[in-house]
Design a protein around this ligand. Structure first.
Ligand code: GAL
Length: 453
């Protein structure tokens, strides 16, 4: 369904009051690291994290910027939940025999940072202690333990904290933002659409995320704040005022398209990104969820596309695959210097954007064939990404007159971002064959090596 331009304009309004960390750098660029959820779910213990920490160092990933080791759900005591006297969340001492502070100390010795997981409701998604109503104490406790990063989830929100209106992108049936098209979700009655021009910073979701953000700021430690609100309540419009990143959609799953239970393949998420990419800039990043590179049945080409596009979107790059025994070809994807450099560019904060759809007419909402042609500027040139969503190899043409920052008159040098190799000097267009579900990733500079724009 093609979108009306007025709607698109509304969807792309950037927000302008980003939260700058007091240390002057935490959260300025997308976070990089590793998280346990995608592959381990609740089967975690201290050894998992210490092994990952050592491997981030020995595999060279730390040197490439992957410096967070993040604990996801299921780290605390599911039965006792909190200490009777102090009210602090109790770690699960079977999984973390010496407590979380010990894990943090060990991770810090490796020159890495430790992340933890909490929830802006009464319980986490896995049924462990939530932080709603305990924000100050929990932020203080995490700071005492030496925590550097908080992923803050959105499960089990009590009725009195429910939003008056719904913005749940996962429930859209035909495309954004017509809320009257949404399914009820969670078996509830069809939600009331928000009035035109509704200010989502007056929502209770905003309050729940801001209270924890303020509690983290009030603690005596800089803690990066990853808000896992699944795109609800238009967090893309205000998430950079309360934290450093915000999840845009539901849970990712290692499949190309479609959905498995409540989790989503890569193409439905990219389809959402094709319309909602514009909120990222320095200090705040739209999070399209943690990487599944190397997981499930994703082919090598699919893993390549996943990494290239998540890097292009300036989504946090949080690895979700086990590092012990990682296949060399998967490590190679995660170690791609050109793509990491785009994601982490110190000069240009904006992500890549679609300049053309491909299979479908522009601005078509389609969860199998989203926008295929993306481009973005960096301090090292203009980067172009051409995804092949079809099931056969396709010739992809990059027509320079269509790419923002390039033109049809100038000769350009093209580098392949996968190999780092110079492909030659080209005028008007560059063509390449792209395998099914693979992505052409190139970096373009002028003949004298300078940036084209
Ligand atoms: C989900 C979240 C996942 C993971 C999981 C843990 O809500 O989106 O990334 O953290 O909870 O239970």
């Amino acid at each position: 369904m093609p979108l009306r331009l007025s709607i698109l304009g509304l969807a792309l309004l950037p927000s302008s009051f980003a939260l700058v960390s007091r240390d002057g750098h935490t959260g300025r660029l997308p976070a990089m690291g590793w998280n346990s959820w995608n592959e381990y779910e609740c089967a975690i213990n201290e050894t998992v994290f210490l092994t990952v920490g050592e491997l981030l160092v020995s595999l060279g990933l730390k040197d490439l910027g992957y410096n967070h080791v993040n604990i996801d759900d299921c780290w605390s005591d599911k039965v006792k939940k909190r200490d009777n006297v102090t009210g602090k969340i109790l770690p699960d001492y079977t999984k973390f025999p010496q407590g979380i502070k010990h894990t943090a100390d060990e991770i810090h010795k490796l020159g890495l940072k430790l992340g933890i997981y909490g929830d802006a409701g009464s319980l986490t998604c896995g049924g462990f202690a939530g932080s709603l109503g305990h924000e100050e104490l929990d932020a203080k406790t995490w700071a005492e333990w030496g925590i550097d990063y908080l992923k803050y989830d959105n499960c089990n929100v009590p009725d009195e904290w429910d939003d008056d209106y719904r913005w749940w992108p996962e429930n859209w049936l035909g495309g954004p933002p017509a809320e009257d098209q949404t399914a009820g979700g969670d078996g509830e009655a069809k939600p009331v659409p928000a009035p035109a021009g509704y200010d989502w910073t007056t929502s209770k979701s905003f309050d729940r995320y801001k209270i924890m953000g303020d509690a983290l700021l009030a603690s005596n430690r800089t803690i990066e704040y990853s808000q896992c609100a699944w795109g609800h309540a238009r967090i893309d419009e205000w998430g950079d005022s309360t934290g450093h990143s915000w999840r845009m959609w539901g849970d990712i799953y290692p499949i190309w398209s479609g959905k498995f239970q409540w989790s989503w393949g890569l193409m439905p998420i990219l389809n959402h990104a094709s319309f909602f990419y514009n909120s990222s800039n320095f200090w705040g990043h739209a999070d399209f969820d943690m990487l599944e590179v190397g997981n499930g049945n994703l082919t090598l080409e699919e893993s390549r596309s996943h990494f290239a596009l998540w890097a292009a979107l300036k989504s946090p790059l949080i690895i979700g695959t086990p590092l012990d025994g990682i296949k060399p070809e998967i490590l190679k994807i995660l170690s791609n210097k050109d793509l990491i450099a785009f994601n982490q560019d110190p000069v240009v904060g904006e992500p890549a954007k679609p300049y053309k759809w491909g299979v479908n007419p522009n601005f078509t909402w389609n969860q199998t064939h989203p926008a295929e042609y993306w481009s973005g500027k960096s301090s090292k040139g203009v980067h172009v990404f051409a995804l092949n969503t079809l099931d056969t190899t396709q010739k992809k043409t990059i027509d320079f007159s269509e790419v923002p920052g390039l033109d049809a008159r100038t000769k350009y040098i093209v580098y392949d971002s996968w190999t780092g190799k110079k492909q030659g000097v080209f005028k008007k267009k560059y063509e390449a064959r792209v395998k099914s579900h693979d992505t052409l990733a190139i970096r373009i500079v002028k003949e004298d090596g300078s940036r084209p724009y």
